[in-house]
Design a protein around this ligand. Structure first.
Ligand code: PLP
Length: 373
């Protein structure tokens, strides 16, 4: 089988698991005042320091969460709770964990959603016109999970210069593929997830600048400096720190391999004479994701046919009861056209081999030729 859905999730690095299992004997509760608790607390704070240094943040600015969905909720709900019906700017191409949070809060916020351009980047001119004196928050992703297109965050930061609006960045698909330095990005809040970078599922974090106040979403004990009640998930936090360290240390090697795979794939499609168009600007996308429009087939049909050939891919869009919704990202870029139901996301990994790519190309060629008969 060929798995090419690494933007959906990655396998856990076994080395990380091994390291975590070794540390599992230290099982104390970091809130306990005895020595076992103190040792657990020391381990927890060590992971926090490591993570903070990888992001150029300080340890007090890291809140561990159950994943990026929670981190996004924490950032958005935490800000909304501190204002009376604030004006917030986000984009049409955000992940569901951002868009549906705003939808759920629609009675309490005034949201402006920026569209994307055909190249897959958000329209920064629209940001300029949308920005108001009372805008409390701007929430923009660093890399889009469907197209892989990097967003013009430095331009966004420039537009926000001198403005009080806070900047929240969903950096889930960016970490390990481009520099994620909270100071350089000018982030006030930033979300990350473990399972997109070969760490476990169910762990993530929110970076929160020390200057930002958030109302806690989960009330309980005073864990995470009162930001999130509940006994800390020490083992997975250690795994997250280790996954981030490895992703950053090997980023160049991983990205180079992924870029070669992507190039091989595109050249393969051309040689196989399978008609296709790349969605968004491939030159502005991260190494591991590419989204492709196949005008000759519905995505749902292609995904099923590929699954039968043991090739695992996604359309990138939400799947409800087995039927694919048109991609909201592609609709934002190209309007409501067939493109948003006839496109597939390929997401590669440094773990893949050239033969895997050839296998995908051959399967696509085969399906195309059968359809055209
Ligand atoms: N944000 C983006 C851009 C994502 O791709 C994902 C993953 O699906 C998430 C947030 C949610 O992350 P998690 O699965 O850790 O909740």
């Amino acid at each position: 089988a060929v798995y090419a859905d690494y933007a959906a999730t990655t396998p856990v690095d076994k080395e990380i698991l091994r390291k975590v299992i070794e540390g599992a004997d230290e099982f104390g509760n970091p809130s306990s005042i005895h020595k076992a608790g103190k040792r657990a607390k020391a381990n927890l704070e060590k992971s926090r320091r490591e993570v903070a240094s990888l992001l150029n943040a300080s340890p007090a600015e890291i809140i561990f969460t159950s994943g990026a969905t929670e981190a996004n909720n924490m950032a958005i709900r935490g800000i909304v709770a501190r204002h009376h019906r604030p004006h917030i700017i986000t984009t049409e191409i955000e992940h569901a964990s951002v868009l549906n949070t705003f939808k759920a809060l629609s009675a309490d916020v005034d949201v402006t959603c920026l569209p994307a351009r055909e190249n897959g980047t958000i329209d920064t001119e629209a940001l300029k016109s949308a920005l108001r004196e009372d805008t409390a928050l701007v929430s923009i992703m660093l890399v889009n999970n469907e197209t892989g297109v990097m967003q013009p965050i430095y331009e966004v930061r420039e537009i926000l210069a001198g403005h009080d609006a806070l900047l929240h960045i969903d950096a889930v698909q960016a970490f390990g593929h481009m520099a994620v330095n909270v100071k350089d990005l000018g982030a006030d809040l930033l979300s990350l997830s473990g399972h997109k970078i070969y760490g476990p599922k169910g762990i993530g974090l929110l970076y929160k600048s020390k200057d930002v106040r958030l109302d806690p979403m989960i009330t309980g004990g005073s864990q995470e400096r009162d930001a999130r009640g509940g006994t800390e998930n020490g083992l997975w936090i250690e795994a997250m720190a280790e996954a981030m360290k490895r992703a950053k240390d090997t980023s160049n090697v991983r990205s180079l391999k992924e870029m070669q795979l992507k190039e091989r794939f595109l050249n393969g499609l051309i040689s196989a004479e399978v008609p296709f168009e790349v969605n968004g600007d491939v030159n502005q996308s991260v190494s591991h994701i590419i989204n492709i429009h196949f005008p000759w087939s519905q995505a749902e049909f292609l995904l099923t046919a590929l699954d039968m050939a043991d090739i695992y891919l996604s359309a990138g869009s939400a799947c409800h009861a087995g039927t694919l919704e048109p991609s909201h990202v592609l609709e934002s870029m190209y309007g409501k056209t067939e493109r948003s139901t006839k496109s597939i996301r390929f997401s590669f990994s440094y773990l893949m081999e050239d033969e895997d790519i050839e296998h995908i190309v051959e399967a696509l060629k085969d399906i195309y030729e059968r359809l055209m008969k």
